[in-house]
Design a protein around this ligand. Structure first.
Ligand code: ARG
Length: 457
């Protein structure tokens, strides 16, 4: 069969092979809700400006409501011959309501139609993802509060550096996704403009009220230039870039959780429901959730790349290449959403092994900087203090103990400035408590940061 929607000038149908290459309904049918909402707004607007009889617009709106119900109850028959979601729905509409259905596409092209649908779709996804981020951020805040005093090693180069609090570490994670949230909110602002009315590329002869249609669809305004509007996929790229960055953050957390849940670290325990076992090794409890999230990060980065490469050679205006935007975009949406959701469920239930964290922090001379700072307090220039402590650490390392386990006499062989009060400065708790700068790791600062975050909610 020739395609009834556009085959007027054609003398033969597409081959089955070309039809298979061409079709997108198998994946773009998920835009049905946005497509229907867009068509309903277009029909209402056409009636408002007198291009369509009000009775026809009413039939279209009602017919599309019924089609939505058909789709949602699984009764709708999607036809590959009709290429895409747009022609499937329009053709079914005409089947149901006759000529009024044939008038719907007045002053519209699939080019501005699909641009509208995807914007609406990404807008919905952003709203959901923002909600998932909020839930995850709230979980991290609670976890940070519970572990505000728990000491763990802080790392640089993955070597023990200075003690930090577990709560502080959780707040660091939280900062990352709070920034990510602002990127999504920003992306939403730029995408929330209506392309409809751009028609195929040049605008249309009908006196469309684009602003009215925009209002009906909850857009903040309309796109400025018809050529740009039908060919712009910046918003999808921006979304995938923001999604990639979120995934990179989740992937970094995953890496930490995977390490932390090994017996060598033993800092955390992930609840069994987020882990899986081995079919051969009975003792295994594997951190599959963080591993999968780390793995899926590659997909989303790949999706971003796919969109960038898809666009790079395209002249204005619409090109069929753009049909290829959907699968990567949808994949990024799905992957991001499920990963955020699972982290939102898991994060509040991470069980912290405080003893193991503290024991690890006590290794690696993590309070050496505190000894240097102590000497600075006694008047020694920092560079000299650094040298003295270096020698002290070397001595303790040879002896096989920590610097706070050295006797006062031993310590004094490195500097006469060292007094008995040194032991109030070089314990783990003293070390974290002393880091009271705004944004620092001291429990009092962690609590202040939590209070600030709560006040902003
Ligand atoms: N399925 C197409 C897409 O996703 C819709 C627009 C088709 N426009 C066209 N002139 N063939 O991009």
């Amino acid at each position: 069969d020739k395609n009834a929607m556009w085959s007027g000038r054609f003398s033969e149908s597409n081959t089955e092979l070309v039809a298979r290459l061409s079709e997108s309904v198998s994946f773009d049918k998920r835009l049905y809700r946005q497509d229907i909402a867009g068509s309903q707004a277009h029909a209402r607007m056409l009636a408002k400006v007198g291009v369509l009889a009000q009775a026809d617009a009413d039939k279209i709106v009602a017919g599309l409501d019924e089609i939505r119900a058909e789709i949602e109850s699984g009764k709708f028959e999607w036809k590959t011959e009709l290429e895409d979601v747009h022609m499937n729905i329009e053709s079914r509409l005409t089947e149901r309501i006759g000529d009024a259905g044939k008038r719907l596409h007045t002053g519209r092209s699939r080019n501005d139609q699909v641009a509208t649908d995807i914007r609406l779709y990404v807008r919905d996804v952003i709203d959901n993802v923002v909600m998932l981020i909020d839930r995850l951020a709230a979980g991290l805040l609670d976890l940070a509060e519970r572990e505000a005093d728990s000491v763990m090693p802080g790392f640089t180069h993955l070597q023990i550096a200075q003690p930090v609090t577990f709560g502080h570490h959780m707040l660091a994670w939280r900062e990352q996704i709070v920034r990510d949230r602002t990127r999504l909110v920003d992306c939403r602002k730029r995408l929330n403009l209506l392309p409809l009315g751009s028609a195929a590329l040049a605008g249309t002869v009908y006196p469309l009220d684009r602003h009215y249609a925009a209002e009906l669809l909850g857009f903040d305004g309309v796109t400025e230039n018809s050529l740009d509007a039908v060919s712009d996929r910046d918003f999808a790229i921006e979304f995938c870039a923001a999604a990639s960055l979120i995934m990179v953050h989740l992937s970094r957390w995953s890496e930490e959780l995977i390490l932390w849940s090994t017996p060598m670290f033993g800092f955390v325990n992930l609840p069994d429901r987020f882990c899986t076992g081995s079919s051969i090794m009975p003792q295994k409890k594997n951190p599959d959730v963080p591993e999968l999230v780390r793995g899926k990060t590659g997909r989303v980065i790949g999706d971003l790349n796919a969109l960038l490469v898809l666009m790079k050679g395209q002249p204005l205006a619409y090109n069929r290449d753009n049909q290829e935007d959907k699968e990567p975009l949808f994949d990024a949406c799905d992957t991001l959403s499920i990963c955020l959701e699972v982290y939102g469920e898991m994060a509040p239930h991470i069980r912290v092994n405080r003893e193991a964290c503290r024991a690890a922090a006590a290794k690696g001379f993590s309070t050496a900087t505190d000894l240097a700072d102590y000497l600075v307090g006694k008047g020694l220039p920092f560079r000299d203090a650094h040298h003295v402590v270096g020698a002290t650490v070397g001595f303790a390392a040879k002896k096989g103990c920590d610097i706070c386990e050295l006797s006062l006499e031993e310590l004094q062989t490195f500097s006469a400035l060292i007094q008995k009060d040194v032991f109030d400065h070089i314990t783990l708790d003293a070390s974290v408590a002393a880091r009271k700068t705004y944004g620092g790791t001291a429990p009092e600062q962690v609590r202040a940061a939590i209070a600030r975050a709560r006040a902003k909610l």
